[in-house]
Design a protein around this ligand. Structure first.
Ligand SMILES: Nc1ncnc2c1ncn2[C@@H]1O[C@H](COP(=O)(O)OS(=O)(=O)O)[C@@H](OP(=O)(O)O)[C@H]1O
Length: 199
């Protein structure tokens, strides 16, 4: 203690000035970086943190913004060679055949009467009323910016609070993926409405 107080280095004015300058430069640097991050978040408000900010904006707005961004990024890949076109046509045929197989599978594996008898408990009815997607909601979400309605090629199945929504949102970012806005709950709540409703 006696050493610190008696040492002239710590009582003279020169180190105090250096300390002051050091503190000032740190403060200015901190201020600069704060302003920079603030500017960036204003410039790119939604794209980078879509999954986490989704609750603050309407789903349509974010979806359209992301889709536009992704499509504009892939515009350079729009010119196809003849071979690529042929592959694309055969892929479309494969998809049509896959859809047909899906229809057949649904018809054979799960009859409406079996489904209705097995799954319609009172609790489920109540849950159905609370969470089920209505026809009009689904139609709005399905046909917002594209027209042809098809059966899905992939289905996300998961327990409640299992993170299915996060998976859907992550997949939806891809420009080749089209997904419904709300969970359709076809197999457990809306099966009786039939495949035309499901498309
Ligand atoms: N990667 C990862 N890690 C940990 N937790 C995650 C993850 N992704 C989603 N979540 C959380 O999962 C909750 C939502 O799950 P679901 O989308 O299946 O919910 S729902 O049942 O369809 O409403 C929801 O939890 P709550 O915020 O408590 O509701 C999400 O925050």
């Amino acid at each position: 203690m006696a050493f610190w107080s008696s040492t002239s280095v710590f009582t003279s004015k020169v180190p105090r000035k250096i300390l002051f300058m050091f503190t000032l430069s740190l403060s200015v640097t901190y201020l600069f970086y704060s302003l920079m991050s603030c500017y960036n978040s204003l410039q790119f408000p939604l794209q980078e943190n879509y999954a986490y900010q989704g609750r603050l904006v309407t789903e349509e707005t974010t979806f359209v913004t992301l889709r536009e961004k992704l499509y504009s990024a892939s515009q350079g890949f729009n010119e196809f060679t003849e071979a690529e076109r042929t592959t694309a046509v055969s892929t479309v045929k494969d998809h049509a055949e896959a859809e047909q197989r899906t229809v057949e599978w649904i018809r054979t594996q799960a009859s409406p009467t079996k489904s209705a008898a097995a799954y319609h408990t009172t609790a489920l009815e109540r849950e159905h009323q609370e969470f089920s997607t209505t026809d009009s909601e689904l139609r709005v979400n399905c046909t917002m910016d594209y027209g042809v309605k098809k059966l899905p090629q992939a289905i996300i199945i998961g327990v409640k609070k299992g993170g299915t929504r996060a998976l859907l949102e992550a997949l939806r970012v891809h420009p080749d993926v089209r997904a419904v806005g709300n969970e359709p709950h076809f197999f457990d709540r809306n099966y009786e409405k039939g495949l035309d409703w499901y498309r």
